[in-house]
Design a protein around this ligand. Sequence first.
Ligand code: BGP
Length: 491
Amino acid sequence: MKQNNFPKDFLWGGAIAANQSEGAWNVDGKGLSKTDVQSAGTVDIPRFSTYIDKDGNKGKLLPFQSLPEGAKSAVFEDTYYPYHSGIDFYHRHKEDIALFAEMGFKIFRMSIAWTRIFPNGIEKTPNQKGLDFYKNVFLELKKYNIEPLVTLSHYDTPLYIEENLGGWSNRKVIDLFDTYTETVFNEYKGLVKYWLTFNEINTTVMLKDLFLNYPQDQIKKDYQILHNQLVSSARTVKKAHEIDNNYIVGAMIGGGGAKYPLTPDPEDAFATRESLNESIYYTSDTMVKGKYPFYAKKIWNKYNVELETKESDFVDLKEGVVDILTFSYYGSGCYTTHEIKDMAGGNLMMGPKNPYLKYSEWGWSSDALGLRFALNEFYSRYEIPLMVVENGLGANDILNDDKTVNDPYRIEYIKEHIIAMSDSIKDGVDLIAYTPWGCIDLVSASTGEMKKRYGFIYVDKNNDGSGSFDRYKKDSFYWYKEVISSNGDNL
Ligand code: BGP
């Protein structure tokens, strides 16, 4: 008997991103992405980017810091860069896709590295080997009837653009991104149906909450960066529809969308609402409704933001509204106006610790009901199809001597979230897909570690880059396979 609410055509799958999985960082004409100069870190030690200053001294930058005058990004021989080898998806994708097919995936979220197609982001003609690589991946997926869901930009802007043009704060990058997206939309017509523009596009304006002493000037710049990306995203949606009206293009919002007041103090409730407006809805409202929300002005005033805009931007925003809304959800956050002792972080959030929730080894909360909360919030606001395109538990799995991995904690986590999604569908939410993050172990984005594993498939690679890179099925592999084949009945 059917126990859940998933529709027959529900898209079960998994998600990865180019920079965290492909490796082959300088192979077949690929240029450097800004993530290629990022070191490894830990939960306590932040990752940094490496450079040489104008006097030849080595230097390190935190994510929001800019290169000093005259400095150049550089790859150091004595530094380990975890993305350079990733999990070698570049060479092993056939084996990996076969494993996804064995689990019964209907959809697979991945991203294209802009630098494989246009190595510096500025060229006029694309790099054929880069185009061929993704074509082969899409063909391989097609073989198993797995629908690709392709993110066009997953935190990996070409390094050339970052260094020489000032990155996304420069409006010229909008045109360069147009060239890249138009190229891939034409190239992969018939092979791809679902596209996402920028991964966790709202991240830029959330950084200020993650680092102490975040520079005020940088906050203004962050709103400009986001504006340029929102315009770029809207133009991308328009272009996609012009090239193929079967293309479905989505927004991808990070940070979960579930945040609670820590106390019943009305001040806390209101401040929480304001915080959600700033971090999540400012971005998603603009992408879904085609214009900045009424409270945008208040936010700009708060941070003294004066956006550099063109009239055509507002036309683009209006005409380039997304078809679907997708988001990442790992756990919920709290907000308070009172003084707090216990802080907690996790996927772009930093705030008071919730005494009712469990926290992972990396300090991320686990809150399945929060997913139902977020799904209901997003759907009641927009009433367009939703996808949960990232979710999962990062844990330090152990590969047993017999090459098995017992990960009941992951099964438990995903199971609770599947129940929450099923309940949301019953609530009336039009949820069409679920792609848990890191369906195969990959390099962590926040810490650069390998041991923060999310996969149903174990990859034999260690934090320092050693290992055979061989793949092994975890217990959760067999469990998820059964979930998919029963369309969510057998949990
Ligand atoms: C999201 C990113 C992903 C991913 C995930 C998990 O913010 O879109 O790229 O890595 O978080 O984070 P982490 O890898 O830091 O555990």
